[in-house]
Design a protein around this ligand. Structure first.
Ligand code: GLP
Length: 248
């Protein structure tokens, strides 16, 4: 694992967007997985700008959505579908064949997991996985206690996730289960970027980077990834003991 500290959210997001651009330039049919949420929103916006400025062709790459709230329709502004559709797919004019998202309204969510795993395995592995970190240390919906060896799965949401998750939904939402890529996908991925910004992420970043590697705190798995970068802004990195050893 490599820790990278940036001045602010903008600098961090700019680097993450640049990573996508560089990958696609080298490998036009790259398989890219992205999280939704507040953290990667700026990365998406900067990516769109860079793609247009540099005329990068994303038409051959495959896009994988990290997770989704079970039972929440794509039309709901709080859904991951909605985020990707508006922040990425429409602005970049992705074709539907390029996109793989969990159908969280499916009567058979287990089948959705198998479909997602097949979509990834058919293409080999994920080239670049860009994830966030939850306030309980989750990645995607890999909640505390999850196996490190799962591929896609359905999971009961942790209390913290249900509470924090309300921020995405105007007027609130009933959140019970999530459908998510597993941490085995993360271990298999050629490169993983975990993004975190803001003081509220300082404690979880400290645990992820300097704590014990344990499934009680899923983001600690980053420590085991040979090509995993934890990318934090100054605020999110502010509690790290060894932060001065890792200049940006
Ligand atoms: C959410 C999602 C994750 C996301 C994380 C952090 O619940 N399941 O995929 O990365 O929590 O979200 P945010 O970036 O909004 O802090």
């Amino acid at each position: 694992m490599t820790l990278k500290i940036y001045k602010d959210h903008h600098q961090l997001s700019d680097t993450a967007a640049e990573e996508i651009i560089e990958l696609v330039k080298q490998k036009p049919d790259a398989v890219i997985c992205l999280a939704s949420g507040e953290t990667p929103r700026l990365t998406c916006r900067l990516l769109i700008k860079k793609v247009k400025e540099q005329q990068v062709d994303l038409s051959q790459c495959t896009f994988i959505g990290l997770d989704e709230w079970a039972g929440i329709p794509p039309s709901n502004e709080g859904s991951c579908h909605y985020f990707f559709q508006h922040e990425l797919f429409e602005p970049l004019q992705f074709r539907s064949e390029q996109i793989h998202l969990f159908d969280a309204l499916s009567a058979n969510l287990e089948d959705e997991c198998l479909k997602m795993d097949s979509a990834i395995f058919e293409r080999g592995v994920i080239d670049l996985m860009i994830v966030g970190i939850g306030m309980n240390g989750h990645i995607g919906f890999n909640e505390p206690g999850v196996s490190f060896n799962n591929y896609s799965h359905v999971i009961n949401l942790d209390e913290t996730t249900v509470t924090v998750g309300q921020k995405y939904f105007k007027g609130g939402a009933v959140l019970k289960q999530g459908i998510t890529l597993g941490l085995k996908h993360l271990q298999d991925a050629k490169k993983v970027l975990l993004l975190a910004n803001g003081i509220k992420k300082a404690e979880v970043i400290k645990k992820a980077v300097e704590g014990v590697v344990t499934n009680s705190f899923p983001a600690s798995i980053m420590q085991t990834h040979a090509n995993g970068w934890v990318m934090a802004d100054e605020e999110a990195a502010s509690l790290l003991d060894k932060r001065n050893n890792y200049p940006a």
